[in-house]
Design a protein around this ligand. Sequence first.
Ligand code: NAP
Length: 249
Amino acid sequence: MSPGRILILGGTAEARELAASLHAEGVAVTSSLAGRVSRPRRPAGAVRVGGFGGPRALAAWIAEHRVTAVVDATHPFAERISASAAQACPQAGVPLLRLERPGWTERDGDHWHWVADLDAAAAAIPSLGRRVLLTTGRQGLPAFAGVESPWFLIRCVDPPHPPLPPCHELLLDRGPYTVDGELALIDQHGLDLVVTKDSGGGHTAAKLEAARLRRLPVIVVRRPSRPPSPVPAVVVVDEALAWARDQAG
Ligand code: NAP
């Protein structure tokens, strides 16, 4: 029997790390990207871009491309593709593993305000700050369009589409960021509030350390609660690597 191909549902640093390790070991790997970012960092190995067209189409893609196992390494806030994979893999008869980095943890001295979603984050802003570093991503920006009085420094990878908050400056950038860089940004723009999703991981965590050092409040959007799932899950890339290696045979 020919060795199997691993499909990684990606769009995260961990997915790229996993693809790089598998590819370096000679395992056939295809990374799938949604195509939201205009110039994505390209994972090692084969890459496909764009939605599959729902769970049935994903199952058909898996069969057609002789995929033997799937790692869902998508972002913790990407709910639909994970649900799609959880449906498609049993249909296609291939095992699925979820790789999800843990969320961030508040430390002594932090002033974090946990909220349920982007709308709640927008509602909380006026009482907490006047000059806001907004880092929740391009797609969710309409939730903040009605927040009129504070000024926003909106940081995202690609230029966002309207509607946007009326008073803002755009900063097109992508991680990883450093604490020194984040402190400089806070000081240069006189920022007094940080808004973030609970993305977890080290790539974008420097803003939290910088906020801690400058004693700034942080609004943290909780991860969406996922329904209980039979899909096995791991939190670090090495565990996913060991699993995928086994599945590839
Ligand atoms: P989503 O709401 O779960 O997905 C929406 C649709 O986009 C899915 O139904 C699927 O289309 C397609 N899609 C998503 N991820 C895909 C992938 N890796 N490969 C192929 N198709 C994919 O996801 P999202 O929140 O829009 O995020 C899109 C991508 O950006 C994800 O891959 C995620 O890892 C990455 N990302 C998301 C965030 C975030 O905050 N949401 C942050 C950083 C990176 P079909 O149903 O047509 O298959």
